[in-house]
Ligand binder design. Structure first.
Ligand SMILES: O=C(O)CCC(=O)C(=O)O
Ligand SMILES: [Mn+2]
Length: 211
């Protein structure tokens, strides 16, 4: 069996299922998944315009006392007074662009909330990634609704139950929408692993309600 840094055995991941289209009720959480939420042409336009017009940054975070670059580019947009902290980084938002507002207004209906900010992640190739985490910062409230929109390369998004270690794979395609809700952020972590065979870029937008 594989071992971690300290020689303890790592249980093989239990991949259970591929997410089904629409509403998914799972143990200790829920999500809604629409693989083709946006039209192809709109998605193409959003992708190229965001590559050019979003103010992208490669932030640094502190890891074991060292300052290291995040393995992806990020940007934070939203209502002026809503700043956001993650991994020790504090981001003040840029103001909404017309297309971010357009997307926000469309997905508000699905999430049944009014999103007031969005964190954008740009994965330049399959070497960029985000490791296991929960979106459980206190400014997101108790059971946050997170609306995740995807353009560009298809990447595998995984959620893993904290206790059972069950893993569900969700393929996030060009134009897809994933809404995470209920107690999901308490009981499940998520990640976008590296994928060595992906050479194209991907942009992910996670719309959030900052209290
Ligand atoms: O890129 C993704 O699909 C997920 C991004 C994410 O989990 C985050 O920014 O918190
Ligand atoms: Mn997240």
């Amino acid at each position: 069996m594989e071992q971690d840094l300290f020689g303890n055995p790592i249980e093989p991941q239990k991949i259970k299922t591929i997410a089904k289209i629409g509403f998914n009720k799972i143990e200790g959480g829920e999500f809604i998944y629409y693989p083709n939420y946006f039209e192809q042409l709109d998605s193409d336009n959003y992708y190229s315009s965001m590559c050019d017009n979003i103010i992208w940054n490669q932030e640094k975070m502190n890891m074991y006392g060292k300052s290291v670059f995040l393995p992806r580019l990020t940007a934070w947009y939203g209502d002026a007074e809503k700043s956001y902290k993650f991994s020790g980084i504090k981001l003040n938002p840029h103001s909404w662009t017309p297309e971010l507002l357009e997307i926000r207004n469309k997905i508000n209906e699905i999430g049944k909330v009014s999103f007031n900010s969005v964190l954008l992640n740009r994965y330049r190739t399959g070497n960029d990634w985000i490791s296991w985490h929960q979106d459980n910062e206190k400014e997101l409230g108790i059971n946050p609704v997170i609306g995740s929109v995807n353009f560009g390369a298809t990447r595998k998004f995984q959620i893993r139950h904290l206790k059972t270690k069950e893993v569900i794979d969700i393929l996030l395609h060009h134009g897809s929408l994933l809404v995470m809700a209920g107690a999901l952020q308490h009981n499940w972590q998520h990640q976008v692993p590296k994928e060595k065979n992906v050479s194209e870029g991907r942009i992910n937008l996670t719309f959030r309600v900052i209290l």
